[in-house]
Design a protein around this ligand. Sequence first.
Ligand SMILES: Cc1cc2nc3c(=O)[nH]c(=O)nc-3n(C[C@H](O)[C@H](O)[C@H](O)COP(=O)(O)OP(=O)(O)OC[C@H]3O[C@@H](n4cnc5c(N)ncnc54)[C@H](O)[C@@H]3O)c2cc1C
Length: 372
Amino acid sequence: MKISIIGGGITGLTTAIALNRKGINARVFEAAEEMNEIGAGVWLQPNAMRVLDLLGLKETILQNGAAINKMEITNQKLKPFKEIKAKTVEDEYGNRTIGIHRGLLQKLLFEEASKKSEIFLGHKLESIEAKENKSILNFEKQTIESDIILGCDGIHSNVRKTIFPKTELRNSGQICWRGIAEFELPSHLKELGKECWGNQIRFGFSEIAPGKVYWFGVAKNNGETSKLQLQDLPKFLKEFDPLISEIIKNTTSIHTGTLSDLKRLEKWSNNTTCLLGDAAHATTPNMGQGACQGIEDAYYIAELLSKNQAQLAFEQFEKLRRKKVDYVVNNSWRFGKMAHSKMGQSLMIMLMKTTPQSVLDKTMKKLYRVDF
Ligand SMILES: Cc1cc2nc3c(=O)[nH]c(=O)nc-3n(C[C@H](O)[C@H](O)[C@H](O)COP(=O)(O)OP(=O)(O)OC[C@H]3O[C@@H](n4cnc5c(N)ncnc54)[C@H](O)[C@@H]3O)c2cc1C
């Protein structure tokens, strides 16, 4: 049985590793010519860390990332409205959130996956044709036959376009800047994840390695904000604590992008092909769960494919994953809309201040528990 994974991002590589752990070999086809250590940072929340633990990768991630011991939502001057202690989360769910360089995470996953899987770089999938019970994968330079296809090719997935041609992206109307600063945080801010709110803007940061700070800023895209360059951001964020400008000034390049998600798909699979990660359910990043959900997908699909025929595995996968994924995508969308509107942001701040811990605990349970 030939399994082809299209896309060697976080979801595709984790899927290859998860299948390997079940004794199943899959080939990975990635469009990029090489695996560069590019990208900013990513927060791996306890649900993703649980899966990475089950795959034997927890120690590697801990050694290469930085544990976030407290998450704080604060005002512009870094004064918390709400804090979530990692110790409490770890006691309940076995893991805390880890901040890590995205490129480094990809490299670690690539190294692990390539121990057992063949990874073909420079292989951009163009189209898929059905031939009897098989699929023909057409790449720019080559044609390959496959029995099962796992589409892990991200929000603009070509696999998805082939099996479900009529899907739509939703533009959130928000813009995001991300960077890594070469910057030593004051000692009381190390091991903290902070998200600072004000003027309908959010700015988040955490250390991801000694002397390296991952940060992101999100604002409404009003035309003007989309033109802002790295050097304009300190002025744009002048109402925020001066530390934020310092972080930005110690950054040499940023990634800028509008935030979109994928309108809910009725189905993620057909007989031979299943979509995973952003290809199936891209979310806005407001809950920091997109990659975490891709990592969960990887574990589930490997479990199911190790016990069932593909079609049944795909059906069960949709049943098991749908509820949580919908919860993340819908709440992240709403959260973004509220957080970047004038009334909405004030309302959310008020709610955050008054939300009892029991409500927060319920939300964490929904996100962080991984049941197989
Ligand atoms: C601003 C921002 C911040 C975020 N922060 C977080 C966070 O803190 N925590 C978190 O969990 N998530 C976060 N996310 C979400 C996260 O980045 C995505 O959910 C995650 O990267 C999805 O992984 P993926 O492998 O499914 O898709 P992708 O990362 O998009 O990977 C797809 C891969 O497929 C390849 N590919 C594409 N087309 C083809 C083709 N035709 N043929 C072959 N290969 C192809 C691409 O080159 C790529 O390597 C954030 C997202 C954004 C935008």
